[in-house]
Design a protein around this ligand. Sequence first.
Ligand SMILES: O=c1[nH]cnc2c1ncn2[C@H]1C[C@H](O)[C@@H](CO)O1
Ligand SMILES: [Zn+2]
Length: 371
Amino acid sequence: MTTTDGRRPTAEEIRRAPKVLLHDHLDGGPRPATVIELADAYGYTGLPSTDVDKLGGWFRGPSRASSHSGSLERYLETFRHTVAVMQTADALSRVARECAEDLAADGVVYAEIRFAPELHIERGLSLDEIVEAVVDGLRVGAGGTGLHARVLLTAMRHQARSLEIAELAIRWRDRGVVGFDIAGAEAGNPPTRHLDAFQYIQRANGHYTIHAGEAFGLPSIWEAVQWCNADRLGHGVRIVDDIAVDPDGKATLGPLANYVRDTRVPLEMCPSSNVHTGAAASIATHPIGLLRDLSFRVTVNTDNRLMSDVSLTSEFATLVETFGYGWADIRWFTINAMKSAFLPFDQRLDLINKVIKPGFDALAANSTPRT
Ligand SMILES: O=c1[nH]cnc2c1ncn2[C@H]1C[C@H](O)[C@@H](CO)O1
Ligand SMILES: [Zn+2]
């Protein structure tokens, strides 16, 4: 459904819509100017440029399919510069505060921001000090805005600290941290490597999502769902490998795709990031179109706002442009995301009924026909 006059939502209208973001990396979204200032303040001399525009362009460059082999590993290389300047409590707080400010300005009303504490210990911060700095920064940045910001703690899947990070997540669960995740190079690092961490969280009645089915296929998703009991899947795009579509468009789901759809496993889809890492060839051929048509529990996310040069608004605008989505679709993705958040049920319901639905109703009603 588009607006009553059949017109598609504009980017500015989408920006004003109350949106929900479940998959956004803190170290994938700092402002280029902040990276330069922090590098200067802390004596980090490794930046490829100290010019704001050039640095921004450099971060985005490797994401472009043309200049990039479309590999997750290459995409992840750029993070070393953002991580390098996020090694003190002040720097972490500032990046977190600005992240919340940027999301609030983009019309996000609920966000789960993730990062890997183990990457921020180079200057001697303890894991708890790192989490404290980020939680504080988000609280300050979100203060006085309509944004509710929470944290997911990520463990790097090629490392061996996941149980420790899982314990950290539970230790902070009543203080802004709502879940756990694993990220990093997927091939060769299957989710079951971290089974003890997932089981720890499960025994503590906590929540976790798992990056799976991005750079590796169905076995990764199967392990994440059937061995590790993931509450949600980060990306999960390769679930399409278990769906056959015949020439007249009829889709047949294999057992894993059926299971994921039947049990409403939320898919944290990040279309632009997937094009940049080679997980999808283009937005037009991105599986989100098919998965939305088949009513999987799809959500729309940014992944890395800096490296992929996106905002949640721009990501929705791209989908509107590509798939002809209207308000009903954006609202459906948004409510899917809010239902899938790691927030207590009553708070999710409150945001849906008091913020999201009224916000979308007002926008769809007020959108004026184009002259
Ligand atoms: O899309 C991704 N897939 C796997 N790992 C990722 C992705 N985006 C960011 N990361 C990694 C790099 C960051 O340093 C780490 C924690 O945010 O998570
Ligand atoms: Zn990610």
